[in-house]
Write a protein that binds this ligand. Structure first.
Ligand code: ADP
Ligand code: ZN
Ligand code: ZN
Length: 724
């Protein structure tokens, strides 16, 4: 028998399968990990196929040395998925396989956790201890409790006495496996009577296919998801549910834990290595039947799926931007088709891309247009900041927002203030000569962080001393640019002296369970104001939030790519959705310098369909996705000449592709990237826009032009989330 093996080393040269002979008597199946001779060394590999015959020179074939598993660690569904992903996203076999088996399992560094229990080794005659001493008390303790954690025993009595009792074999030690469980707060499971809208949604998801649940914020989508998962479990099937970011999971998790108990496994990036190891094994063994997690949970080793759910479908975090690059939706779709189960994606603001698919029938649309609590969506008031300037208010907050905040505070309720920037200000600049503080390794402005009084690069994390005078001209007139979260908190503290003001951004949530702690603190403080970045826009459900303030909504509008209006609409709707979720009415103050932009008109009326129509029209006329495909090929390397040369070679090959498909290629150009340097690497890019007919074929030909022995790192992206 022969095995086809993929070597577990992520290099281009090894991106193929190698044949090995299976020694007689060695049990090997598809999906096993094996150790094989490779060149002069022994390396790890994955068996992807077992064959009786192969077309190979048998005198040259080597034997498998040993196996690491006694059951397949990669199931056959995942081997099919591997082929699909390599093909669809131009990935290497090994990089995909590594997504399926977390490093904790693969590298063997993390082990099962065992705890030691102490108990008496058979009957013991307590009378034989004539006088009271430590050993006697230890034995009495063990008679009373039967079994005590060894560590506890040593802590409560004396280490040497315990050790000597072990030596005399009076105490015996037993190992017991302990499962490391991620911490979650468990709430009461609310008994909720489904409304007709929800019942209809649940009924509509039947059979294979992709479904879009378009439900306004607070329409009760979570309850729909949970019921569908319950139904799957009742049918002896399993489920995966994805949520965008970790800030969401504490709440989602506690709701799910309350409903599904031990059936749930949790997979996300802030688990400890041990927790991830144990959760993965609970899923693998079938002990956990519902997986809830961020993007990578789509690779959970769970079979017999009855449903896959992606919550907050529009979120960018479902696109993996770093290598290996993939689109979670496509992976989920593959798994749903493989398992012949429905894929349900839900959002209050579906991406233009997926909504377009509901028109062609590729995706079935389910709508929940009203809130579950029967209340109206919060009223959005557009505040013209130019007008504030004209009337002499040059501050960050409009008069209206301050008035509304005061009202909330007096009512002992809560408010959220959304701002798209963390830190104190977005740049530091010399007023005299225009000098701008920049990162020495990246072509970006440094951001001032007051908390630790540092300038930080948000691209590479490098930190700098703050400027007290200009390094260029010596002037001490240093100006701070647009404001960030820290600055807002500062100003609010000045205005509302006794009110709890909490900040939530990447800086305050970087510690383990950081999000959870901040949200807990906010939940119990009234009145309180939570100031934050995108993080606060996510599905939080706080009953007492009655006001949302959006500072500088235009920020996301002028990012300069085709999706910026869509992003702006999504952001406003999502942030607004945090207000008025219980019996209290909510309001939103939206500050902007371009109050007449169409995005604000549609957003203020919660008119998704109107917005979609307008946006669809614009994209159709200008031939942008979803009516075309944009490909970006990014080259990065520390030597600028090398990047430029290699880019040129690629571009010349592309010219031939353009000739061949002249009618299908709308645009093609090479340029410096908007951010010319990151972490000391120079960045150049080629952008190609192609029509949709035979776009897969063209995409492949374009991809082939990037192959070759290059020094630069090359990133190939389709419809990239960011063009910078
Ligand atoms: P969404 O995810 O659509 O924004 P949620 O699922 O968070 O909305 O639900 C919003 C609120 O409505 C939650 O507090 C939830 O408990 C409540 N809710 C959901 N369904 C019902 C229902 N049928 N009746 C009353 N309240 C409901
Ligand atoms: Zn200067
Ligand atoms: Zn930097």
């Amino acid at each position: 028998m022969f095995a086809s093996v993929i070597i577990d080393q992520d290099t281009k040269a090894l991106n193929k399968v190698f044949n090995y002979l299976i020694p007689d008597g060695m049990k090997i199946e598809k999906g096993f990990r094996v150790i094989v001779p490779f060149g002069q060394r022994l390396v790890q590999g994955f068996v992807v196929e077992v064959n009786e015959k192969i077309d190979f020179d048998l005198s040259k074939i080597k034997q498998i040395s040993s196996t690491l598993d006694d059951e397949p660690i990669i199931k056959s569904e995942m081997l099919e998925l591997m082929k699909f992903m390599c093909n669809k996203f131009h990935l290497r076999l090994t990089s995909v396989l590594r997504l399926f088996v977390p490093s904790e399992i693969r590298e063997g560094k993390v082990k099962d956790l065992f705890v030691k229990w102490a108990s008496l080794n058979g009957e013991i005659d307590i009378q034989s201890f004539s006088r009271a001493n430590v050993q006697k008390s230890i034995i009495e303790e063990l008679i009373k409790k039967q079994k005590v954690l060894l560590a506890e025993l040593k802590k409560n009595f004396s280490v040497s006495s315990v050790n000597s009792l072990i030596k005399k074999e009076i105490i015996k030690i037993e190992l017991e496996k302990q499962i490391r469980k991620p911490l979650t707060i468990i709430q009461q499971d609310k008994k909720i009577e489904l409304n007709d809208m929800q019942k209809n949604a649940i009924r509509s998801v039947k059979g294979e296919g992709t479904y879009l649940l378009h439900g306004v914020t607070g329409s009760g989508k979570t309850e729909v998801y949970m019921n569908l998962i319950s139904n799957a479990l009742k049918n002896k099937k399993n489920a995966i549910m994805l949520v965008p970011e970790i800030s969401l999971t504490p709440q989602v998790m506690s709701v799910f834990k309350a409903r599904f108990g031990e059936n749930i496994a949790l997979l996300h990036s802030s688990l400890s290595a041990g927790e991830r190891f144990d959760e993965w094994k609970r899923i693998f063994s079938g002990d956990a039947r519902v997986v809830v997690g961020a993007r990578s949970a789509i690779f959970a080793p769970i079979d017999n799926l009855g449903i896959i759910i992606i919550d907050e479908q529009h979120e960018q975090s479902y696109i993996s931007e770093s290598n290996p690059r993939y689109d979670t939706f496509e992976v989920a779709k593959f798994r749903a088709e493989f398992n012949k189960c429905p894929l349900l994606v839900g959002s209050a603001t579906p991406s233009v891309d997926i909504y377009e698919k509901t028109k062609t029938g590729e995706v079935k649309l389910i709508e929940m247009p009203t809130r579950a609590n029967g209340k109206e969506l919060p009223k959005i008031q557009i505040i013209d900041m130019m007008n504030e300037l004209r009337t002499g208010n040059s501050g960050i907050f409009s008069t209206q927002l301050i008035a509304d905040l005061s009202y909330v505070v007096n009512q002992k309720k809560q408010a959220m203030i959304f701002i798209n920037r963390r830190g104190f200000s977005s740049f530091m600049m010399c007023r005299e000569c225009g000098y701008l503080a920049k990162c020495s390794d990246c072509d970006v402005n440094l951001v001032y962080h007051r908390e630790d009084n540092r300038l930080k690069c948000h691209y590479c994390g490098k930190q700098y001393r703050v400027l007290d005078k200009c390094p260029n001209c010596g002037s001490n007139k240093i100006k701070q640019g647009a404001v960030g979260t820290e600055k807002i908190v500062d100003e609010l503290k000045n205005i509302f002296k006794d009110v709890k003001i909490i900040r939530m951004d990447n800086d305050t949530t970087s510690k383990k369970n950081g999000h959870e702690k901040i949200l807990q603190e906010f939940r119990k403080s009234k009145p309180a104001i939570l100031v934050g970045t995108q993080m606060i826009a996510k599905g939080h459900d706080f009953e007492d939030v009655t006001l949302v303030g959006i500072i500088d909504a235009d920020q996301s509008l002028y990012r300069g790519d085709y999706r910026s209006t869509e992003r702006c609409f999504q952001l406003i709707t999502q942030v607004s959705g945090r207000a008025g979720r219980s019996q209290y009415e909510g309001k939103v103050d939206l500050q902007t310098y371009s109050p007449r932009h169409y995005v604000y008109k549609f957003a203020a009326n919660y008119d998704y369909k109107g917005f979609f129509k307008k946006e669809e029209n614009i994209r159709k006329t200008s031939v942008f996705p979803p009516f075309s495909k944009i490909i970006r090929i990014l080259f990065a390397y520390y030597d600028e000449n090398v990047v430029r040369d290699e880019l040129k070679i690629c571009y010349n090959k592309l010219l031939k592709v353009r000739e061949k498909y002249f009618d299908s290629i709308i645009y093609m150009d090479a340029m410096k990237s908007p951010i010319k340097r990151i972490k000391n690497s120079f960045r150049y890019q080629i952008i190609v826009r192609i029509k949709l007919d035979n776009s897969d074929e063209i995409e492949n030909e374009i991809f082939n032009c990037t192959e070759g022995n290059l020094k630069s790192s090359v990133f190939f992206e389709v419809n990239p989330e960011s063009m910078s």
